[in-house]
Ligand binder design. Structure first.
Ligand code: GDP
Ligand code: MN
Length: 376
């Protein structure tokens, strides 16, 4: 789960990591009021969206007077950055930047540890630095039993600075950032850029945090910051209904029992030149309410042109499944084509039940997939 920069900065502040002052605003009037209240000559208007690269997209702008605050806020609130419409901005104290650094903690699967990543070449082009000059990126795995005591924090800080005052400031920031990373079950805590100001103070002017979804049950404060996208709302509905669902963006809605069969179904759709709209594992049982819930889920996606139901009847008998489908579709108001492939226990009985109904029945997976691809 991601949070906005301003929310990450609130967490940073609570842990004593220096950040500049800001006020959150939802429109240009609020922004102008915030500017007057802050009483500073120069501020930065910064879009708040759950994605990076705002600077390059025109979502970060300096403003030197009321008029510029008004204009920039209006412009930025019209932006859509990587599919995220900008709905709020912060008016933030402008910082006099002498140099920009990159600092983050994340989970590294190779070392099976939290890893500290740092670079003296922070700022908006960090991806390019990583690609072209990877030697400028320092990576240090953190031993979970040792953590980041003073001597280690200083050792790492020396990779960025040689002035002892700056090393001490950086070491403290690293320790605080590591502590909040662990405390909050984060999967990313990133400062890019960490800035050295003209008078040699270190300050985090950007803050990015990502949290482990599986730990949100014990991080209620973090969880309360969750702002689902439309797609995440659908995934949350699926979760509530007990399904595993992943939106994929194609036209063929898939309803399958079993994760392996669902994966194979998606592969086969691709093989025949189609595009799966989703991965959906509805699990076992022939319960009609489950089919109704699953159909409601698939039909929320307006790209879906055809539904492919692929069921293997093991313990669940195919005739039960067919009966469940018939019952369920009495309540589903949609004339979208539905291809059904049933195989396993009592498959013939199942297929017979579906003969001359709204369903297009296929015997093999290949036949079903071809039909679905054609219809899509
Ligand atoms: P991102 O592009 O989404 O990562 O947004 P950032 O918050 O990192 O801002 C992008 C860039 O804007 C930074 O790398 C800085 O160069 C610049 N910037 C942000 N805040 C200030 C500021 O207060 N003063 C100045 N001069 N530049 C800033
Ligand atoms: Mn940044």
């Amino acid at each position: 789960m991601k949070v906005h920069e301003y929310q990450a900065k609130d967490i940073f502040s609570a842990y004593g990591i220096p950040v500049e002052k800001y006020i959150l605003c939802h429109n240009a009037d609020e922004a102008v009021k915030a500017y007057e209240k802050m009483n500073l000559p120069t501020v930065v208007v910064k879009s708040q969206v759950l994605t990076g690269g705002r600077g390059k997209a025109g979502g970060v702008k300096l403003a030197k007077n009321k008029n510029e605050v008004q204009l920039h806020t209006t412009d930025i609130l019209k932006l859509i950055i990587k599919d995220y419409p900008v709905e709020k901005v912060i008016i933030s104290e402008a910082v006099n930047i002498a140099s920009e650094y990159y600092v983050s903690f994340t989970i590294d699967r190779n070392t099976k540890a939290v890893i500290l990543i740092m670079s003296a070449e922070g700022g908006m082009d960090i991806e390019e630095v990583a690609n072209k000059t990877p030697e400028k990126i320092h990576r240090s795995a953190i031993d979970p039993f040792i953590g980041l005591p003073d001597f280690l924090a200083r050792k790492y800080a020396f990779k960025l600075f040689d002035n002892i005052d700056l090393v001490n400031q950086a070491a403290t920031i690293l320790q605080k950032l590591y502590k909040l990373f662990v405390d909050k079950d984060a999967s990313l805590a990133e400062i890019n850029p960490l800035v050295r100001t003209g008078d040699n103070k270190l300050i985090a002017i950007d803050a990015k945090m990502d949290f482990d979804d599986n730990a949100l049950f014990r991080q209620s404060e973090i969880h309360s910051l969750f702002e689902p996208t439309e797609e995440e709302k659908v995934e949350a509905y699926a979760k509530k209904k007990g399904f595993s669902y992943v939106h994929l963006g194609g036209e063929i809605g898939c309803m399958v029992n079993g994760a392996g069969l669902a994966m194979a179904t998606m592969d086969m759709i691709k093989l025949y030149g189609g595009n799966p709209a989703n991965f959906l594992d509805i699990g076992g049982s022939s319960n009609p309410t489950k089919v109704i819930d699953a159909m409601n889920l698939l039909l929320k996606d307006s790209d879906v042109k055809v539904v492919l139901i692929n069921i293997f009847g093991g313990i669940t008998r195919c005739d039960d499944v067919a009966q469940g489908l018939l019952t369920a579709f009495e309540q589903i108001k949609s004339d979208i084509p539905v291809v059904v492939r049933l195989t396993g226990t009592n498959e013939q009985e199942g297929r017979d039940l579906l003969k001359n109904t709204r369903f297009k029945v296929a015997e093999t997976m290949g036949e079903a997939t071809r039909m679905a691809v054609e219809l899509s």
